[in-house]
Design a protein around this ligand. Structure first.
Ligand SMILES: [Zn+2]
Length: 359
């Protein structure tokens, strides 16, 4: 009888939220939460001034319209010995996530004792895009029209434009002053996939060497894209590449592992880690141009080629079906090349890209 009464009191106290019998548990949980180490908020980073060690920061990149701060995560590993400063950035496009996992793996594995120089890593540049599940920087102004942050660098520190101010703050107070070389981590846009693929400005020999050291499947010799992080760094005489790692909105572990290996190989080449530079038996395929094959009519597309595949002019690339499953059109390679991107989303409207060849 007493036991039954105890159970009834216990249940009643839980239901009405008094929690008579869980007070000590709750108190313990609160205590452990309160004693967690708080990550320091910074307005500016000067990695050169830091002593040897590993640091995590929240960089205050801007404010939302409700007054809430926009924090960008930053990890700095300052090596025992002086050396190059390598900047790694991920998710300037908010749906491109593989680079975040690459940075997480690298900063977990590497410590100051193994390192000559400094790693400055930003695992998530575009906070509004990440939270809002978007490639773009999402803002309140201008009717909420999204902006491609990777077309707005170096941005501005004053004047109008929420996205430009966000980019300018990142550029001037976090990124530019802390890099001797930079690797900006991306994926293909949502709906398509890349292999491990690099955009590199081959007019600069140091950049070409960086691209090779990263051990990708394919490289495009590319003179850059105005407003991108890569081109802004190159313009500021900081060698940089755009490193594409698979597709959006996923963690693709085999590609992540290879990207981590590639970045560590680049660090060896730059004298930041001990070891011998790996030269892959199979060198990357290097091309200078894209041939994009676009859908002429809407429907569901069946892909007939795979990433990295070599194709000849006239090879079948994709078949478009209508909603009844009836074949509407076949798409063929307009020239010889290598498949650098294929659609992962079969739903295609007219003008949407089906396949991209590199040649
Ligand atoms: Zn991107």
């Amino acid at each position: 009888m007493l036991a039954r009464l105890f159970v009834v009191i216990f249940l009643l106290s839980e239901i009405i939220g008094i929690g008579l019998f869980s007070t000590s548990l709750t108190a313990t949980a609160r205590t452990s939460q309160e004693t967690q180490v708080q990550t320091e908020v910074i307005l500016q980073l000067n990695a050169d001034a830091l002593p040897t060690g590993k640091y995590t920061y929240k960089f205050l990149a801007g404010y939302q319209s409700d007054g809430q701060p926009l924090y960008v995560p930053v990890v700095v590993i300052k090596g025992l010995e002086a050396g190059r400063r390598m900047l790694l950035t991920a998710a300037v496009h908010g749906d491109e996530l593989n680079g975040i996992a690459v940075i997480h793996a690298l900063v977990k594995e590497l410590g100051p004792e193994k390192l000559r120089g400094t790693i400055i890593a930003v695992p998530g540049l575009n906070q509004t895009g990440l939270v809002g599940n978007s490639r773009y920087y999402l803002r309140s102004e201008g009717g909420g029209s999204p902006r491609d942050l990777n077309r707005l660098f170096p941005g501005t520190l004053s004047g109008g434009g929420a996205a430009s101010r966000y980019a300018g703050n990142l550029w001037h107070n976090l990124l530019k002053g802390n890099a001797d070389i930079a690797v900006d981590l991306h994926t293909q846009s949502t709906g398509s996939d890349y292999p491990l693929f690099i955009f590199a400005d081959y007019r600069n020999r140091e950049i070409a060497a960086m691209a090779t050291a990263l051990m990708p499947d394919m490289i495009k010799r590319d003179s850059g894209q105005e407003g991108s992080l890569e081109t802004s760094f190159v313009t500021a005489s900081i060698p940089a590449v755009t490193f594409e790692i698979g597709g959006a909105k996923r963690f693709q572990q085999p590609l992540i592992d290879r990207a981590v290996m590639g970045i560590k190989n680049l660090m060896v080449a730059e004298g930041m880690l001990a070891g011998t530079v790996i030269k892959p038996l199979l060198p990357p395929y290097v091309g200078s141009s894209f041939a994009n094959i676009y859908a002429e009519e809407g429907g569901t597309a069946l892909m007939k080629v795979s990433l990295r595949e070599a194709v000849k002019k006239g090879d079948l690339l994709a078949i478009m079906l209508d909603r009844f499953g009836v074949e509407k059109r076949r798409y063929f390679a307009p020239r010889d090349g290598r498949v650098v991107s294929v659609a992962s989303d079969p739903l295609k409207e007219s003008g949407a890209m089906l396949v991209r060849l590199l040649y």
